[in-house]
Design a binder for this molecule. Sequence first.
Ligand code: UD1
Ligand code: CA
Length: 462
Amino acid sequence: MEKLCAVVLAAGDGKRMRSARPKVLCEVLFRPMISWIAGSLAESGIGDVCAVLGAGADQVRAAVPDFSWVEQKERLGTGHAVMQAKAFLQSHRGGDCAVLYGDAPFVDSKTLMDAYKLHKESGAAVTLLTASLPDPTGYGRIVRDGRGDVSCIVEQADADEKTLQICEINAGTYWFSVDFLLSALEQLQPNNAQGEYYLTDVIGIAAAQGKRVCGYEAPNSQIAMGANDRKGLLRLNEIARQAELDRQLAAGVEIVCDDGVMIQPGVQIGQDTVILPGTILKGNTIIGKNCVIGPNTVIEDSLVGDGCRINACQIEQSRLDDQIKIGPFTHVRPNSHLMTGVKIGNFVEVKNAVVGEHTAVAHLTYVGDSDVGKNVNFDCGTVTVNFDGHDKYRTVIGDDCFIGCNSNLIAPVTIGSGSYIAAGSTVTDSVPEDALAIARARQIVKPGWAKARRMRLGPRKK
Ligand code: UD1
Ligand code: CA
């Protein structure tokens, strides 16, 4: 196969989206639209890609670092955008180039390459991806000739009543013979309702020259859909969400009610794991078998082992081994490792910490910058005091320790294995193994003090 290349149009400024960021960075299932396209191109083996960028070019380049790029200073239409890539196209003379729009993220590698196959077999100058949509409003309509080839594309704003009835639309994905595209771009004129240079007019130019233009109708029409505004973006999110849920269900994941369940493509979930409503799974996340996740849980860039129960928690960039029970209302912040059998309860925050096997942190506790051994019990309300206002320090707790209620462990500090910390202690010095540390004022009881006071001042005011 010849070395293929692609141009991705991404200079749109998101005006209709009413967004400060470039339109192509608007996200579908937590992934910028242009990154979906980059993924499909990479999967198709098309590595030589030129993006046409406008406002916010730096942000877009960061999202697609493997693309080369050119700038479109003024937004004068999709045809004008492709003109900016003239030098790129000239370096690919004699070959074929795909052109894709950065706001139509669902074009997959199979469809793209099936369209390419038709392009080569038919010897067409242009092959474009089409789809039949129940509601084609807003898209360019495909006009076919008697042979079934495409004779022109008519934009919504330029269409008459009869053309508006056509449900076959332009998906905004094309294969061009590079030599033909370069010559046709020279002939584009902004003679239309928007006063723009339309790339779609290249199709009419080909047909007028007697060249073939093939339309490859996508078997799944949804892959053609693009987003111009927030409503369109919501629709794409819903389609992508449902498709991902279907994939997970087919793989043996249990979802009894999918309200608010959003799973980013690429997240792996083991068999018989149950996902409850309000659960969002993002990034590089892998979840094991037989877990129950949710309700109302967010897990991002984390590894979760088998048999875990995670209820109403937020977990970021962390690793949880097997048989862990956490929540409700637990926050596991980045770089934490909870080992097998750990229990973490309500209103506990763990950050940058290792928590050893079968350790229990049941309630109202902060474990930050800490190395905690196995079988440790934290009573209610412990704080590892890791920050002195300038630097952060670690707390080290050995195995089998018992940390009494309402203790402050002022780091850097080490609690030796098997030690007890008395409730209410503020521990400033390290504690040796198997010791009891009591770090609080000794209680004084004054018998009769309260009664004497009452006698002196009278009954307490209400
Ligand atoms: C375009 C097509 C329409 C098709 C639809 C598919 C044209 C004239 N119309 O309409 O036939 O059905 O896409 O989604 O091509 N862009 C630039 N520079 C510009 C203008 C646009 O880079 O000057 C980029 C945008 O960022 C966007 C893409 O090109 O990613 C498409 O532009 P947009 O304005 O969204 O075109 P549509 O009106 O959706
Ligand atoms: Ca669009």
